[in-house]
Design a protein around this ligand. Structure first.
Ligand code: NAP
Length: 272
């Protein structure tokens, strides 16, 4: 964040994702701890972050909302309506409301807050915690350039971000928002295979984590897409061929696609 982009950031809800954003913002050194104010219904979560990072305990949502230029809403979808009602009278037109809540549209947040709030909907993901997140954002009908700049300053500090159409936010939620869990799940299965083949679990875990990291970096740096990379290492009758053939005989690709479509449907349901 550049010097002339300094602004107060409030985070309401510092559970898994809210705390990942706060840690990411502070650990990347892009926002001073004293300009980040937080609250949560669970005071233990607030205390932990304040002790670890030196961010400010805002006490409650109304105080955080009225003290921040950028207000980040990071509660669960089922808590959002009550939260919006609680803070609506504290929001003014020069503030930016950034919602990371799955499924909930900018229009419904605008309606609930009343007036002409500047709302930006974001779908981040958990690797923001280590500065390797990816986020897609879209603006509501009152969002202006300054609002996008504030959101980009925060999201850019914790990974890659870009603007997308709101119609794609539920698919984004299903693909990258939820995506790290699919990768963890795949890691679990790979580690289990290592153990079943006789390895100590620590050895299997080390092999799997470095393999996933290396494959991701290779895929990002290579001119080849993942399909071409896979084909290049799959010789007919070899070990990769044995594994991939087994997966495809059991409709693995279709199963993964259907799982992600289920996540998209769930994101849509949560917003209703
Ligand atoms: N987890 C992810 O990987 C991920 C990725 C992208 C987006 N998201 C979105 O991020 C949001 C948060 O998800 P999460 O996994 O971080 O959930 P979480 O761990 O349950 O954290 C939400 C926190 O917000 C608190 N909260 C609820 N209402 C509040 C209020 N009025 N004032 C202050 N704090 C309040 C909750 O307290 P209580 O527990 O006491 O209710 C909880 O500690 C969700 O909307 C989700 O769709 C999550």
């Amino acid at each position: 964040m550049t010097q002339d982009m300094q602004f107060a950031v409030g985070v309401i809800g510092v559970g898994n994702m809210g705390s990942a954003l706060v840690r990411g913002i502070i650990d990347q050194g892009t926002e001073s701890a004293k300009s980040v104010i937080i609250c949560d219904l669970d005071q233990g979560r607030v205390d932990l972050l304040c002790d670890d990072l030196g961010v400010v305990d805002g006490g409650n949502a109304v105080h955080v909302a009225s003290s921040s230029d950028l207000v980040i809403l990071a509660a669960k979808p089922q808590n959002l309506t009550a939260l919006l009602d609680e803070i609506s009278s504290s929001i003014s037109a020069n503030q930016t409301i950034m919602s990371i809540v799955a499924g909930v549209t900018t229009e419904s947040i605008e309606e609930r807050l009343g007036g002409s709030p500047s709302v930006i909907r974001v779908m981040p993901n958990l690797p923001a915690l280590v500065g390797e997140g990816i986020s897609v954002f879209c603006g509501g009908s009152h969002a202006a350039e300054l609002d996008f700049e504030r959101v980009k300053a925060v999201l850019g500090a914790v990974g890659v971000c870009f603007k997308g159409p709101e119609e794609l936010m539920d698919p984004v939620t299903a693909l990258s928002g939820t995506g790290p869990a699919y990768v963890f799940h795949t890691m679990e299965a790979m580690i289990q295979s290592g153990v079943e083949m006789g390895m100590p679990s620590e050895m299997a875990e080390q092999l799997v984590l470095q393999t996933v990291l290396g494959a991701a970096i290779l895929a990002m740096e290579s001119d080849l897409d993942p399909t071409a990379l896979r084909e290049a290492v799959t010789s007919r009758g070899g070990t990769t061929d044995a594994a991939i053939s087994h997966l495809e005989k059991n409709h693995y690709t279709r199963l993964v696609v259907e799982a992600i479509l289920a996540a998209m449907d769930r994101s849509r349901d949560l917003g209703r």
